[in-house]
Write a protein that binds this ligand. Structure first.
Ligand SMILES: *Cc1c(COP(=O)(O)O)cnc(C)c1O
Length: 415
């Protein structure tokens, strides 16, 4: 089929929920994509941070094919090897205690929110259920994760949203403390009738049970949190027995040059979510819990039919094989190369370059990021936008320097 035929069928049969760029993609090789007519695109998006080891990756395709021929799905009523091995590899490389597998980022975050509320309920009873997240955050498109998302534009149409979410400004530890102190009376009136054992008095937390963060806010504009702020939040969580929930749906799986971004910050999260890059293009998400939170979700309290699907798990095992320490060090170097090259152009339209590894944002001055992105697509470079002012780059982690330079040459023409 031609690009035009595909676009016509799409417009007549698919709910038009996406503002698509004018490009039809048929196949890929490395970090290059091709339209049905053979037009080449350098890919600085990897399907929004998903195709972490690129296109036409033979070992990954073999692992997926071999697993598909053996067993595609078994349900979570039985055990299977790819799933168990993947959990073992993730815990070994992060120091986290155990894993729950889901299918996407929003669903993973739902699990993380359930875990946090149950942790507090088990320990202190009802009433300590609020989760604080940050302004400019993005946590998903379900009714609950929209409520968790700290951007007003997402809080529309679908009322009523899930209650129990508050948002504070990022990098402002005082604002967070004020919010926690403000609800001290609410915390004091927690009713412990829901459990048989007497409840200990909860530390002052204003009815809050957890703080939810992205370490680099992706959709919000590629906005990294200050390391000092992250440490201070971690300490507040320890002092008040709040769970520290880190949403690594976008930053995880090598994207920032560490397997998980929290490993750059010298903190140990209570729960971490992941999704996008984990399985190299197959749907998979999940959460990892530390020792303290490893046994909160018990049999019957959380489940998902497709979670830990063996084909996705086999793909994810191959992604982790390829993202060894050497490959992660390369991610850091490639990111530096991109940032330095763009700075060296000295262009008026380029503001700051933000982010880490191969998760980079360029703030734009005097030009609309969307217009630049569309001009780049027309000229053979796929690139994303983020927040109000930024272009965003999330190339495959295996992109070559030659592909990077070819993409940057296109970008330069349109800045
Ligand atoms: C993409 C994203 C999500 C949502 O993931 P889905 O797989 O689309 O449900 C949640 N959190 C962050 C930080 C994301 O980047």
């Amino acid at each position: 089929m031609t690009s035009n035929e595909i676009k016509t069928i799409d417009s007549q049969n698919v709910m038009q929920t996406y503002g698509r760029f004018d490009a039809v993609i048929e196949r890929g090789e490395g970090a290059r994509l091709y339209s049905p007519e053979g037009k080449e695109y350098i890919d600085f998006t990897s399907g929004i941070g998903v195709n972490s080891i690129g296109y036409g990756n033979k070992k990954w395709a073999d692992a997926v094919y071999t697993q598909a021929m053996k067993l595609q799905h078994v349900s979570n009523l039985y055990y299977s090897e790819p799933y168990a091995k993947l959990a073992e590899r993730l815990t070994a490389r992060t120091g986290m205690k155990n894993v729950f597998f889901a299918n996407a980022g929003g669903e993973a975050n739902e699990g993380m929110i359930k875990l946090a509320r149950k942790y507090s309920f088990d320990k202190y009873g009802k009433g300590r259920s609020t989760i604080i997240s940050l302004m400019q955050s993005f946590h998903g498109r379900t009714i609950t994760t929209l409520a968790a998302t700290g951007q007003e534009s997402f809080h529309n149409y679908f009322f009523p949203f899930t209650e129990g979410f508050e948002h504070v400004a990022a990098n402002d530890i005082k604002a967070l403390e004020t919010l926690l102190d403000a609800g001290a009376t609410a915390a004091a009136s927690i009713d412990g009738t829901s459990a048989l054992k007497p409840m200990p008095a909860a530390p002052t937390s204003g009815g809050v049970c957890a703080i939810l963060l992205e370490l680099i806010q992706g959709e919000g504009g590629v906005l990294p949190l200050d390391p000092g702020y992250v440490k201070a939040v971690a300490k507040l969580c320890t002092d008040r027995d709040l769970l520290l929930l880190i949403d690594e749906v976008q930053t995880g799986v090598g994207r920032t040059g560490a397997l998980f971004a929290f490993q750059h910050y010298g903190i140990v999260p209570d729960v971490v979510s992941f999704a996008k890059g984990i399985a190299g293009g197959l749907p998979m998400g999940g959460i990892m819990a530390n020792e303290k939170c490893a046994a909160v979700l018990t049999a019957g309290t959380h489940a998902t039919t497709f979670g830990g699907n063996p084909i996705s798990a086999a793909g994810a095992l191959e992604v982790l094989n390829q993202l060894d320490d050497g490959a992660l060090a390369e991610v850091t170097k490639k990111g530096q190369h991109i940032a330095e090259t763009i700075k060296s152009w000295g262009l008026q339209s380029v503001g700051e370059i933000r982010g880490k590894g191969l998760m980079l944002g360029i703030s734009m001055k005097g030009v609309a990021p969307k217009d630049v992105a569309q001009a780049c697509v027309d000229d053979g470079l796929l690139i994303l936008t983020a927040g109000a002012d930024a272009l965003r780059m999330l190339p495959p982690l295996t992109i070559t320097y030659e592909e990077i330079d070819k993409g940057l040459a296109i970008l330069k023409k349109h800045l």
